[in-house]
Design a protein around this ligand. Structure first.
Ligand code: DX5
Ligand code: ZN
Length: 218
């Protein structure tokens, strides 16, 4: 992989000090922001007002991961606000292509995410409408869970389509990424690695980002 990207997840940061926590990972490629609505997933985190404030507090492009119902209604405003990536779940969208087009029309990059148990085959045809595929390697909802290696088959499949020129998107993985798991994900062809507890649980989050990136450069 030419340049493995690391996206620290602020889900594992101190929500009362988000500007400082963003600064602590200033060398990261993206800052991953987990938006949860207590309906699509059994947890509630933050929403558009916090993202708007974060956009003023950091230059790191925001990678918003919407674990919410009705993304057609809620996703485009994140792009309008200035989020770099706006990713929503395939399982939550009635018309994922329409949502992707609305995100792009609002100036954002569109991402499609799939839970560990969701096959990728039904979505291969529409991935040309997306800039990112976010493969979940834990059940969405919480940080600090164990990596599910079976999902790497989905990353491999999409990597092959990217390498053969049939698709143009970044393959991103989210959940349980740490020094013990990142290499197998890199070998499967992942471009961008989300890491929450492995970064913000480290004594030096900035150093943790650098080490993970070096490890992913396999
Ligand atoms: C889980 C979130 C992840 C989470 C990852 O639903 O989407 O982004 O923050 O946390 P770790 O890296 O600790 O598994
Ligand atoms: Zn996430």
């Amino acid at each position: 992989m030419a340049h493995p990207m690391i996206a620290p997840s602020i889900l594992s940061a101190d929500f009362a000090r988000l500007a400082d926590e963003a600064q602590a990972v200033a060398g990261a490629d993206w800052l991953h922001v987990d938006v949860m609505d207590a309906h699509f997933v059994p947890n509630l985190t933050l929403g558009l007002p916090v993202v708007q404030s974060l956009l003023k507090a950091t230059d790191i492009p925001l990678d918003c991961h919407l674990m919410i119902e009705d993304p057609g209604r809620w996703a485009p405003p994140y792009a309008e606000a200035g989020a770099h990536n706006v990713t929503f779940h395939a399982e939550a969208a009635d018309d994922p292509v329409a949502v992707a087009r609305d995100i792009r029309a609002a100036g954002g990059k569109a991402g499609l995410s799939v839970k560990p148990g969701t096959p990728i085959e039904p979505y291969l045809e529409i991935l040309k409408e997306f800039d990112t595929l976010l493969v979940m390697s834990v059940e969405p909802g919480f940080g600090g869970q164990s990596f599910i290696p079976d999902v790497l088959d989905k990353a491999r499949k999409v990597r092959r389509l990217v390498d053969s020129g049939e698709l143009r998107l970044l393959v991103e993985i989210d959940g349980g990424i740490n020094p013990d798991t990142i290499e197998q994900a890199a070998e499967a062809g992942v471009d961008c690695f989300v890491a929450g507890s492995a970064v913000y649980g480290a004594a030096d989050p900035g150093e943790a980002v650098r080490k993970l990136r070096a490890q992913a450069g396999v």
